[in-house]
Design a protein around this ligand. Sequence first.
Ligand code: RIB
Length: 290
Amino acid sequence: MTIWNLGSINADHVYSVPHIPAPGETLAASKLATGLGGKGTNMSVAVARAAGRVMHIGAVGADGRWAAQRLIEYGVETRYIAEVPVLTGHAIIYVDAHGENSIVLFQGANHAIPLDTIRAALSEAKTGDRFLLQNETNLQPEAAQLARDMGLTVAYAAAPFSAASVQAVLPFTDFLILNEVEADQLRTASGLGPADLPIGDVIVTLGADGSDWFDNKTRQRLHFDALRVTPVDTTGAGDTFTGYVLAALDRGQPMAQAIQLATRAGALMVTRPGAADVIPDLSEVTAFRP
Ligand code: RIB
């Protein structure tokens, strides 16, 4: 089946710094690298690398044609990436000596995706397809509702977190992925913990502590340990996890197996500097021995 991903497309400008700069601090970077990123793009590439079929829905400006071209080279279908008269999105990313990051986003074309592009894309969707979205584009609730009305399973990766955005998409969501800080923020905003949400499947990622899957259909909670690796750059690791989970589910694997595979993919990803350009493929993930 196909995963339809309404997602951001960014140029990532990555500065290697000794530590994340404090307010008012001026800091010299030891390196600058530019590559393909955006949470949506990273997830699309991860699905393709995990041998899934993925159609990316998004927008770039004329300055972002290279990004759409690169997505094709990475196996992502791009006919619903619109070109709009707005600058392509970009991200300024600081990565410190421990692989931790800090990100500033310029939304650009990611917030100018035409509704007609989303409608045209979803008119091609088939029963059994999945719809994925994150919080880096415009038209999230409209698109999620459209997908749900068409009978698609809707997955929402609630990053970057905004309580208002999650709450707007929640009524149309079947599967929610968020980290523990975001889960706490959602609890504060809605009064509901992961096990109480009216959503069939919720995954809470816990960084070095692994992840929890809340199967709210059977009211069970399963924990998955992380793999021990030395991080070089955590950028895109969560996106890789999400893309791998969805691709595995789409292949018919049960959730527990999908999470185990995705955990390996995310662990391998943090050993690599960069985002979409370095997401590992299925053979690398299965061969990975941390
Ligand atoms: O999750 C990592 C991504 O967040 C980066 O690739 C950057 O573009 C931002 O969207």
